[in-house]
Design a protein around this ligand. Sequence first.
Ligand SMILES: [Zn+2]
Length: 372
Amino acid sequence: MKTLSMKALSRLTAIALAGSLASAELPANAETPAKQLFGRMTLPSNSNAASHGFYSKGCLAGAVAIPVDGPDWQVMRLSRNRRWGHPELVSILEQLSVKAKRDGWNGLLVGDMSQPRGGPMLTGHASHQIGLDADIWLTPMPNKRMTYQERENTSAISVLSGNGKGPYVDDRRWTKAHEALLRDAASFGEVERILVHPGIKKKLCDTVKGDRAWLNKIRPYWGHHYHFHIRIGCQPGSPGCRSQKGTGSDIGCGDALNWWFNVGLKPPKPSKKPSKPAKPKPQLTLSGMPDACAAVLKAPAKSADAAEFKSSLLQGFAAPAMDMPARVDPLAVLSSKPIEAASSSSALSVAGSVLSAMSADRLPVPEPRPLR
Ligand SMILES: [Zn+2]
């Protein structure tokens, strides 16, 4: 026991307490939406790591948590309890933090990964369900360790022009270190796709010199200008994991990219016919998910200690004690702030000298992705 610091101890106690509460609330039946079942899980199942299903419909057994602090990373929005993933994903994020630091990126701010047992979420992403997706902020880590509250309230900074409206990158906000970070992320063989805003893809297409083959992994998508999204492939030991179609070898700087600026990012044309009110989509229940996911939900939990990824990078590293709440609230996610909602200039200022080199304007909440 004496080898555990007080900080580590209180963190583990908090997680363990929450774990014991996990299944106490809300009786579940066949109609209970799967996002409620998975959203209330606070610890992973005690089994070997395995992804079941697809990125946007599946679950994760045997997840591990990335530690909330590492030498070159800090995890944000801890109340959401989404710092879980397949061990290979966590390992890649940690290696990326070192690599990117060497290339001029001050450290990673880690956003949403998966829930402790993966699955659909109460808010936010359609994907991130099988432990192979992670969001990394396009804002570098500040030189200080943020408190729990600062990690809840600090906003990310868009790299787009027009205070985040785009569609192009703002050259005062874009740096060579952003490019290096994305190149480093793409350099891992396990990483299959990196999702960024089309404006960022265009910037890379216009400016990357030398080897450009890695641009193939950089895929344009709506949003993704406050953070980018790393997706790794199905890992060994996950026979039930369904792979995504390959990206081919085209670097995607031609017509496919133009489509975004001519069509994809434009508001949808109003149709002449009066639109029928959209039918509400039936809620996904457990029966619509891979069979293995029912067992993942029911399985006993890993001990809180075993659930934390044991990183060699943490040897000799210590972060200040954190004012974590007494227990994780599985529903805290409903009130968690989106990363892009700038609350105040003071929230931005905590990011310190690194951020002040970039513009710290108040940023508008971006428009939602158009319906298609
Ligand atoms: Zn994402």
